[in-house]
Write a protein that binds this ligand. Structure first.
Ligand SMILES: [Zn+2]
Length: 198
């Protein structure tokens, strides 16, 4: 890890301590591990994700190995403080910004749809780790429900204005296809509201 999230946000001019809303796509450690950096935020999470991460399937290593029990427990404590905003399926957070549950990878993963100057883009998170998962219908092996995962690829295409405007969660090609906000941020951050180079 070359850039911890707090520092990465600072480079973009965002003070993590002042952020009001954080969307947790799912509770896997690589998507939730730093939520303590956002002391002023509400956390947006699907009902199904919290139920999954605290329920019967977590007794199995196959399903729990990308979760950290301590982080899930810490998020439960945030629930008790009133800081978690639960959603059940599709939800509009603001005009041009909506959440969409796409099961498969986990039971309650949500993708994020954003309206930008190039149209509706979709941040798939782990609904598609790599471009090839969705484009070649090759499900990623960290999976709760392979059928829902494949159905999710179709749903992602429905939500985006064009297939190339779906941003997968873990594909290094994202950093090559999109331009950095400024020269000094090459390899660190990209602008998703400018057309990707294919
Ligand atoms: Zn994941």
């Amino acid at each position: 890890m070359l850039h911890p999230p707090e520092r990465g946000l600072k480079l973009l001019g965002v003070d993590a301590r002042k952020v009001k809303d954080v969307i947790i796509t799912h509770l896997h450690y690589d998507h939730v591990g730093n939520f303590g950096l956002f002391p002023s935020a509400s956390f947006h999470l699907q009902d199904e994700e919290m139920a999954y991460a605290t329920g019967r399937h977590m007794a199995q290593g196959f399903f729990n190995y990308a979760y950290e029990a301590g982080e899930v427990a810490a998020m439960v404590r945030e629930v008790y403080k009133g800081r978690v905003r639960f959603h059940d399926g599709d939800a509009e957070l603001a005009p041009g910004l909506s959440l969409h549950r796409i099961g498969g990878h986990t039971k309650g993963l949500q993708a994020v749809r954003v309206h930008t100057r190039i149209g509706w883009i979709v941040l798939a998170s782990d609904a598609a780790h790599l471009y090839a998962n969705m484009n070649e219908t090759r499900p990623f092996p960290i999976v709760f429900d392979a059928g829902a995962m494949v159905e999710g690829y179709r749903r992602l295409r429905e939500l985006a204005d064009a297939p190339e405007l779906i941003v997968p969660g873990h594909d290094p090609l994202v950093m090559r296809r999109y331009a950095p906000p400024r020269a000094g941020l090459r390899g660190i951050a990209v602008r998703l509201d400018r057309r990707p180079k294919l």
